[in-house]
Each structure stands twice: as structure tokens, then as C-alpha cells.
Design a protein around this ligand. Structure first.
Ligand code: AMP
Length: 219
């Protein structure tokens, strides 16, 4: 069993890219952000613990995240690949992932670093809107709904994620620089990191990933 990691700032397009790659290839999409939002909706203990951190754009404690990942890998053991989106986010989590992989016989084969200019990240996040019922994602400029503020899928109201508000966005960018960006050199030193320009259309990002995946090992 293999695993790959999508690394990149908030708004870099990790979720969109992961959705496309997993639907196409049958990979297992593991988004810690989605798992946590689901836990909040269901009001589980993890959700109650995570909410205050998430709304402020802070990271949820490493131990909570590592327990979620361990459980997810245990239940998802099958042929295919785990694609981690938004995990790991700290060096402690990356070290924890190594341990979990060893325990479950999983090999981390690729780390894709999605590079996007800060100004583009801010523009993408501050314009993002989601349906409060089905979670469909829109953007006020790049991907507007047919009717302003209304979901095309189910007609319900579009809202802004609490952590997409300006203050939380600026905090998330700072948290990324301080706590997650050190993973770039961590994985580069291990020879796993591949840089991807993710500032353009998602199709271009998908094709850059495909080019890397089609390379022969060791080439
Ligand atoms: P995302 O949907 O990946 O942007 O994550 C939204 C929020 O969930 C983050 O701002 C954090 O508060 C929390 N979160 C998601 N993944 C992690 C993680 N690996 N470590 C800590 N917090 C996380």
C-alpha cells in the first residue's frame, strides 16, 4: 500500500486536486479538514475539541490528528493509494505519519508541493462560498453560482466558512509559514518532494502531477 501527500498553503487547491485524482484513480482521499468538519457537524468529542481551533484558523493539536489518521488507515487498508490532503501540517505530524506508515506497512511514495503566490491564495479564499447544506464549493468571481448566494445543486443558501473570513485567512497563512512550510525542506531532504506550479487552472495542476507519476522510479 502506498501513500502520497499534498502539501501547500490554504487555498492552494489541495482539496480540488485530490477530488479529481481520487475519483479518476480510485485512490482513498484523506482530508483531515473534511474529517474534522464532519466531526463538528456530528458534534462528536473530536468535533467539540476541534471547533475553536478551526474557527480561529489555528491548528488542531497533533495528537488528535494522528489518532484520526491512524484510525483512517486501519479502516481503509485496500489496494490503492492514500492521498493525504491537508496532512501532515507540522513536523511532529510528519514524524507521526512515518511511525503510522511503518506500523501499517504503508510506503510514502510522493509529496507534491503546490506552489501558489500569496496574493492568489488570499483572492481564492476570501471569495470562496459553500452551500450550508450540501457543501458544494463556489467562488464569487472564479466560479459563481447561477443565482447570487444560492446553491445550484439544492437551492440552499451559500455561506462563507468561518475560517475563510479575512482575519482567519491571514492567520492561516501565518500558521502555514511557521508550522507547515518547514515540511518542505523535511521532505526535500528525504528525496520525496516534487514542486508543482498550482497558480493556474486545475487541469494544468493535474497534468503536472500526471507527468511526475508517469516517470520511471529512479529517473
Ligand atoms: P483545511 O480544510 O485543510 O483547510 O483545514 C481546515 C482547518 O482544519 C485548518 O485550518 C485547521 O484548523 C484544521 N486542520 C485540518 N487539517 C489539520 C491538520 N493536519 N493539523 C491540524 N489542524 C488541521
Amino acid at each position: 500500500m502506498n501513500a502520497a501527500v499534498l502539501l501547500g498553503g490554504p487555498g492552494a487547491g489541495k482539496g480540488t486536486l485530490a477530488g479529481i485524482l481520487c475519483e479518476r484513480s480510485g485512490w482513498v482521499h484523506v482530508s483531515t479538514g473534511d474529517i474534522l468538519r464532519d466531526a463538528i457537524r456530528k458534534k462528536t468529542d473530536v468535533g467539540l475539541k476541534a471547533r475553536q481551533f478551526m474557527d480561529a484558523g489555528e491548528l488542531v493539536p497533533d495528537q488528535v490528528i494522528l489518532e484520526l489518521i491512524d484510525a483512517r488507515i486501519k479502516e481503509g487498508q485496500q489496494d490503492g493509494l492514500f492521498l493525504f490532503d491537508g496532512f501532515p501540517r507540522t513536523v511532529e505530524q510528519a514524524a507521526g505519519l512515518e511511525h503510522i506508515c511503518r506500523k501499517h506497512g504503508v510506503t510514502l511514495s510522493h509529496v507534491f508541493c503546490l506552489n501558489v503566490d500569496r496574493s492568489v491564495l488570499i483572492q481564492r479564499l476570501s471569495g470562496r462560498r459553500i452551500c450550508r447544506t450540501c457543501g458544494a464549493v463556489y467562488h464569487v468571481v472564479n466560479m459563481p453560482p447561477v443565482r447570487d448566494g444560492v446553491c445550484d445543486v439544492d437551492g440552499d443558501e451559500l455561506i462563507q466558512r468561518p475560517d475563510d473570513r479575512e482575519e482567519a485567512v491571514l492567520n492561516r497563512l501565518e500558521v502555514y509559514q511557521k508550522q507547515t512550510a518547514p515540511l518542505i525542506s523535511w521532505y526535500r531532504e528525504k528525496g520525496l518532494l516534487r514542486d508543482i506550479d498550482a497558480g493556474g487552472a486545475v487541469e494544468q495542476t493535474v497534468s503536472a502531477v500526471d507527468t511526475i507519476l508517469s516517470e520511471q522510479p529512479g529517473s
